[in-house]
Design a protein around this ligand. Structure first.
Ligand code: GDP
Ligand code: IMO
Ligand code: MG
Length: 431
């Protein structure tokens, strides 16, 4: 039975949460493999609206095993808040919920160093979510990070924290001119977090591989999107993890031979939060229309998302670097009011045409989109559940996405609710 990775093909907020929730119905185990509380997924089921930052949206289906992989960076305070909020909404989180002992911790100094660093960057700032993501991954790679499992060994935890804090406090005092952080306070608070999360902290690679051995179906959930990936995205305006499909292996301890497919979630237009190049970005009324109809405000920071036309160059690139087996197109209904719809097929810079993502940051910032203009449908598609019911121009738009991406569309989403979906083929069941 297929084990599937779900990734974003753009700059995040493609509607991955809705698609994961939908596919999780037919899966047994749902694993998040990278990032942390920088993600924000809004999911609406028959009961209520939920916002997820770390816990996979599959948790809404009773009896599923949900896992936070070793590729994540976890802020235990934010995680406990998320668990308690879901429990207050009558969602049972603590059964079948596991956290990798190898996942790295986000500590208060990570958030502080990120704030100071972003401030000092001026116009080169990334516009991060302020959750301490980058500094925690920096510690991981510098081999000074502290991991979830370390919370269960107070002596080791204290020694590493002491060493890290000594260095951080020098930085705070001498470079950023801010106050030192107190060892005792952080140590006591985090030991308490460790006690509260202890029963969930395990070797998740064992849990997931055992599940696959028993022919259970595993869904790997990527946060952010392809163009925010630290290797393949619009560097340096990216997040600090591997959000593309390869991250599913390193971020969980499951080998590539055990994964059978990759679904790329792609919005029918494009959005981006934070700084960085965005060739199809719109301004003024055109942008406001998409922002309002698509409710394009960040689920984590509340920031308005920058909006633009569908960028087929960016999505074709995502098909390649993720090895996508199919696409899930979301938010088709948001384009309902448009009399014409633009699709970016290449970029132009200084007389050169680019049909693939330029590596050079300066070119990415300055390139002009080349559009193919398509007829809009100007009739509601909202809530449509069958492909046949779609207006002809909408069918042509979907066919154009497939043609330009070189990848078939399995799912079309026509609303935020779980039933507002056209399923041409379910990537998990194959039907
Ligand atoms: P994620 O981070 O990729 O999970 O996406 P977000 O949850 O941050 O943003 C997607 C938003 O669009 C959420 O508020 C969803 O409820 C909503 N959404 C998802 N699919 C559709 C759709 O097909 N149509 C509309 N109108 N909204 C959708
Ligand atoms: P989901 O999973 C959209 C962006 C931030 C910033 C950059 C780096 O909901 O799609 P970070 O805090 O990660 O160091 O910020 O990445 N970013 C996202 N944008 N959706 C997300 O997650 C994002 N997570 C991070 O805005 O530009
Ligand atoms: Mg989001």
């Amino acid at each position: 039975m297929p084990n599937i990775v779900v990734v974003g093909t753009q700059w995040g907020d493609e509607g991955k949460g809705k698609i994961v929730h939908l596919l999780a119905k037919d899966a047994d185990v749902i694993v998040r493999y990278q990032g942390g509380a920088n993600a924000g997924h809004t999911v609406i089921d028959s009961r209520a609206e939920y916002t997820f930052h770390m816990i996979p949206s599959g948790i809404l289906h009773p009896g599923k095993t949900c896992i936070l992989g070793n590729g994540m960076v976890i802020d235990p305070a934010a995680l406990i808040d998320e668990i308690e909020l879901l429990e207050s909404q009558q969602i049972a989180v603590r059964e079948n919920f596991f956290i990798s002992h190898r996942a790295h911790l986000i500590l208060p100094y990570h958030r502080a160093i990120e704030r100071a660093n972003e401030k000092s960057k001026g116009p080169r700032r990334i516009g991060t979510t302020g959750r301490g993501i980058g500094p925690s991954y920096a510690d991981k790679m510098a081999r000074t990070g502290i991991r979830m499992g370390d919370l269960l060994d107070p002596d080791l935890f204290r020694a590493t924290l002491d060493q890290n804090l000594a260095e951080m406090n020098l930085f705070f005092n001498r470079v950023y001119d801010t106050e030192s952080m107190d060892l005792e306070n952080i140590f006591a608070t985090y030991c308490d977090f460790g006690r509260r999360l202890k029963s969930h902290i395990v070797d998740v690679s064992l849990v997931i591989n055992d599940a696959i051995d028993q022919s259970k179906i595993v869904l790997f959930e990527g946060a952010q999107g392809t163009h925010l990936d630290v290797d393949h995205g619009t560097y340096p305006f990216v997040t600090s993890s591997s959000s593309t499909a390869g991250g599913a292996c390193t971020g969980t301890g499951v080998g590539p031979t055990r994964i059978n497919g990759v679904v790329g979630v792609t919005k029918a237009y494009a959005t981006r939060v934070g700084s960085g190049p965005f060739p199809t970005e719109l301004n003024g009324d055109a942008s406001d229309g998409l922002k309002t109809r698509g409710r394009e405000f960040g689920a984590t920071t509340g920031r308005p998302r920058r909006c633009g036309w569908y960028d087929a160059v960016a999505v074709k690139y995502a098909v390649r670097v993720n090895g996508l087996s199919s696409l899930a197109v979301t938010k088709l209904d948001v384009l309902d009011g448009e009399s014409e719809i633009k699709v970016c097929t290449s970029y132009l810079h200084d007389g050169t045409q680019y049909t693939d993502m330029p590596f050079n940051e300066a070119i990415m910032h300055l390139c002009e989109p080349v559009y193919e203009v398509m007829e809009g449908w100007k009739t509601p598609t909202s809530g449509i559940t069958s492909y046949q019911q779609l207006p002809e121009p909408a069918k042509r738009f979907i066919a154009k996405i497939e043609e330009l991406a070189g990848c078939k569309v399995d799912i079309v989403s026509t609303g935020s609710r779980e039933d507002e979906t056209i399923i041409l083929r379910n990537p998990v069941t194959g039907r």
